[in-house]
Design a protein around this ligand. Structure first.
Ligand code: SF4
Length: 216
C-alpha cells in the first residue's frame, strides 16, 4: 500500500487491519494487475494510477478505457485488465461503494460474489479478501503449489483442496496466512526456483525433495 504523499506501493505489515478505503482499493486493484505478471510490473502500474489520482471507485468506473489501458500497460494484458478493473469498481459502487462493508459480509457468500465478477478467479478473490479486508482465507499461488508438492505435503493440484489443506492445519488467522504466503514467495525466489537450489535452503532437512537431492 502507498503512504500518503508517496506514489510507489510498499508492504507495511504494521498497518495490517488499519487501512483506509483508498489503500484497500489499491490492494484490490493490485490483486487484479498481478495476474500473469510479476510484482515489479504491477508496482509501475500502481505508481502511474497513484500519480494520475484515479484510485477511487467513481474515477475508475468513469475513466476512459483507453486512458486506463495506458496507465496500466506495464502490467501486461492491459486491455483485459482495464476491463476487469472497471467491472470491479462498478460492482463495488453497486454494492454501496465501501470495500470494507461489501467484503466484510459472510465469507463464503462474499467470496462467491467476487467470483461471479468477470475476471476474478479464486486467487484474485482470496488475495482481495485476505489483504484488503483481512479475512482469514488462505491464498494459493503457483509458488505455494510448487513448494508444497516438493516438500511432500500434498499431491493435490486443485486450488480448493490445497487451500483446505492449509486452512485445516493452521490457526484461522489472517495475519498468519499473509505471513505464510510471504514466506512461500521468499522461499520460491531465493531457493525453491523452477530449478531448486536445495543446498542452503532453510527447510531442506524436512523437505522430501531436498533430502533426496542432498543424498545424491
Ligand atoms: S529443499 Fe529444495 S525442493 Fe525443498 S523447499 Fe528447499 S529448495 Fe525447494
Amino acid at each position: 500500500m502507498t503512504p500518503i504523499g508517496e506514489f510507489v506501493p510498499r508492504y507495511r505489515p504494521e498497518f495490517w487491519g488499519a487501512l483506509s478505503e483508498r489503500e484497500r482499493l489499491e490492494i484490490a486493484i493490485g490483486a487484479i494487475l498481478t495476474q500473469n505478471t510479476n510484482w515489479g510490473n504491477v508496482c509501475v502500474a500502481l505508481e502511474r494510477l497513484n500519480r494520475a489520482q484515479v484510485l477511487e471507485l467513481e474515477k475508475l468506473s468513469k475513466i476512459k478505457l483507453q486512458k486506463l489501458q495506458s496507465l496500466i500497460r506495464s502490467s501486461g494484458y492491459f486491455r483485459q485488465k482495464s476491463r476487469k478493473i472497471k467491472v470491479f469498481a462498478e460492482a463495488a459502487l453497486n454494492r454501496g461503494g465501501s470495500l470494507k462493508n461489501w467484503l466484510s459480509g459472510p465469507l463464503e457468500e462474499t467470496r462467491n460474489d467476487l467470483l461471479s465478477l468477470w475476471g476474478i478467479g479464486p486467487e484474485t478473490a482470496d488475495s482481495i479478501l485476505l489483504y484488503a479486508v483481512q479475512r482469514p482465507i488462505f491464498v494459493v499461488d503457483a509458488y505455494t503449489l510448487r513448494i508444497s508438492r516438493r516438500i511432500g505435503w500434498v499431491r493435490e493440484t486443485s486450488y480448493d483442496k490445497l487451500q483446505k489443506f492449509f486452512e485445516s492445519h493452521l490457526p484461522k488467522k489472517s495475519f498468519l496466512y499473509a505471513e505464510f504466503h510471504a514466506l512461500f514467495v521468499s522461499l520460491a525466489k531465493n531457493h525453491c526456483r523452477t530449478k531448486p537450489l536445495c543446498a542452503g535452503c532453510p527447510i531442506a532437512s524436512f523437505c522430501a525433495t531436498g533430502l533426496r537431492v542432498m543424498k545424491t
